[in-house]
Design a protein around this ligand. Structure first.
Ligand SMILES: [Zn+2]
Length: 143
């Protein structure tokens, strides 16, 4: 069973998602989250070939290159993220209809007023179920 409580994401990866979303706003950004076990510790910013404020698609060539990079780094694909520049961090109807990857989480960054919000969802037979996650430290000691 998926234990939602054991997901962790490195804080710098989490911040990098927000920076990417801000840079692409008002268009949606998208990318991949990778790591080992349940810890997301790396991010790959991708191109949104749709250039849209409410949809995203990663170019296949970029995806294949990313998969090679993930394999070479001995990580696994843990999540796909995209932003909702104008909405909240709830899966849209389009996300619901097109995002069907079991075992790969759907992370949504919402750039709403005030602090950005990032929510994580896993795809199940019942649709999206929100997964809790914790921010992990950077794994380095301060010099
Ligand atoms: Zn969406």
């Amino acid at each position: 069973m998926d234990g939602p409580e054991d997901r962790e994401i490195r804080e710098d990866v989490w911040i990098s998602m927000i920076e990417h979303a801000r840079r692409e706003s008002p268009l949606e950004c998208c990318g991949l989250l990778t790591g080992r076990g349940r810890l997301v510790d790396a991010i790959i910013h991708c191109t949104n070939e749709l250039g849209s404020p409410d949809a995203f698609s990663i170019p296949p060539r970029e995806l294949f290159a990313a998969f090679r990079r993930i394999r070479e780094s001995e990580r696994i694909l843990l999540g796909i993220y995209h932003s909702h520049p104008n909405g909240d961090a709830t899966p849209s109807r389009r996300d619901f209809e097109e995002f069907h990857y079991g075992g790969v989480d759907c992370w949504i960054v919402a750039l709403q007023e005030g602090a950005p919000v990032i929510r994580c969802f896993s795809w199940t037979a019942r649709g999206f179920i929100e997964a809790e996650y914790a921010l992990a430290g950077k794994g380095r000691t301060r010099p």
